[in-house]
Design a binder for this molecule. Sequence first.
Ligand SMILES: Nc1ncnc2c1ncn2[C@@H]1O[C@H](COP(=O)(O)OP(=O)(O)OP(=O)(O)O)[C@@H](O)[C@H]1O
Length: 606
Amino acid sequence: MPAESLADTPARAETADAKRPRLTGPAAALLVRAAAPERRHLLLGVAWLLLAAGLEALGPLAGKYFIDNFLLPRRTDVPAIAGLLGGALVAGLVASWLRYRQLVRLAGVAMRSVQRIREEVYRHVLRLPMAFFDQAITGQLVSRVTNDTEAVKTLYVQVLFVILDSLIILAGSLVAMLWLDWRLMLIVATLVPAVVLIVVVYQRLSAPAVTRTRELRSELNAQVAESIAGMPVLQASNATGRFRSRFEALNDSHYRSRLRELRANAWLLRPVLDLLNVLLLAAVLWVFGARAAGGALSAVEVGVLYAFISYISRVVEPLIQITLQFSQLQQALVGASRVHALLAQAEVPAAPEEGAVTRGEIRVEQLDFAYRPGLPVLRDIDLHLPAGSFHGIVGHTGSGKSTLLSLLLRFYRAEAGRIRIDGIPLEAIGEDEFRARVGLVPQEPFLLAATVRENIAMGRALSDGQVQAAAAAAQAHDFIERLEQGYDTPLGEGGARLSVGQKQLLSIARALAGLPRILFLDEATAHIDSETEQLVQQALARLRGRVTVVAIAHRLSTVRDADRILVLNHGRIAERGTHAELMAIDGGLYQRLYQLQQLEDEDAAD
Ligand SMILES: Nc1ncnc2c1ncn2[C@@H]1O[C@H](COP(=O)(O)OP(=O)(O)OP(=O)(O)O)[C@@H](O)[C@H]1O
């Protein structure tokens, strides 16, 4: 199957959907859905937030009461003053305690919601069709599952709760001011449309920069992942310099984009609001000054003046907080829409749980397939593989061998024709049943950074005896026993401590450990020496009659003993028969392939 390219591509674009930094309906639904199981916590958290903000809003009113009733009339009523101060102190303490409880509760809601979203995204990725991974770039996908979901957490923790908190304080202060002096309150309230205007301008200026920054960050991830995966090729082809320059260029674009974003923040958020704060204070003082000059200022209004000055800062501060959160909101929305775009990708449709693989007989009728419309890769494929038989598939590069295997493995769906296993259509067999009964040994063995035992068991509840039996059947037991810690030897990332042949034998052991009825091998002997190839051949011979084996082989010796060999040519089955039958076709494709390979082998021996 095609490997991911190491081509020197410029910055790669992502889906248009992920670019729109808007809390679209489905993205909002995602956030609400993730928080839904926490409704009780959410309601209690918001209730405590409301109570705390209400208690805090009483502070300036208490100050006004003190000025009006004790300070200006020069009254020294100690028990009343002590009562007032004590009340203010208790209200402050209760407000602080409620804030603590509310923060812990709401932060918990946010964290658990993001945990759920991240799990949902990962679960979804595991169920995406292979066609999706043909286009996907590993690093970008990793970025979606980790960074973007983290950005969504910001949306819950900081943005929504800080904005909610600020809105409540703002509303409380405006109501208190309305009660004190509605005309003055209207002057202060002009701040609100001014801030809305600032936020709109800010969003216009910074949204493209924020989106670009996120894209570039995920491209940085993609390049690092790609470079690590292809390190041997990178170093051997002396491409490290080129990759370094590409990374530096990307990193520089990221820096510039972030700078544009920060400039918009620096200009529009705090400084403009601080200026508005000063203007507002001047306006309120001017009104009071005018009233005093006109002789209309009563003694009672000194308390109102004090309360107003206190409330102005309480109005300005939450507005500053709200606008500051907008930069994070922007990033979180981009994150949420990217996560949503990924979740919107269609999963592999779930198969009904009824069909079962019992014997392992495969029948293919009139199969046609194309990855892209109009470019057929397989045409008119008809096959019958009896249960327990051993079939080889050979053919030149690009003839469609791996594609046929991918269709038999249900990685893609054919547009025309039928595949049946034991008489049941492929898509009617339950996913668990299908994967348990059908094993695959891929061309590139994939090993986890875990022990030999874990690599064979792959999370299945297998006993030591079952693991060892599978290893013995794959001719891997002997070399495993020779490792320092036998089956408990840690293999290092990608099985770095083993030879390619040993990795391949482990990969076969893993496939056999599930006791499959059908076993597919995709060029499993392509990169191993003839000695290991013989081990693989012995392992396959032992499966005869019990497991249906389909082996794609570049090396014809691997399938020489097969019951039947299928020769693919430009997506069609050109020849089929045993080795002897195919060799008897004069000028036949198989005969030519075989002779060519013998010449190559002789050359290699020379
Ligand atoms: N995921 C894909 N998307 C689009 N085209 C693909 C994809 N995989 C394979 N192809 C194309 O389909 C054709 C058959 O490819 P396939 O990998 O099945 O050939 P193959 O016989 O297995 O070749 P090889 O021996 O080199 O592995 C090729 O032209 C290839 O470019």
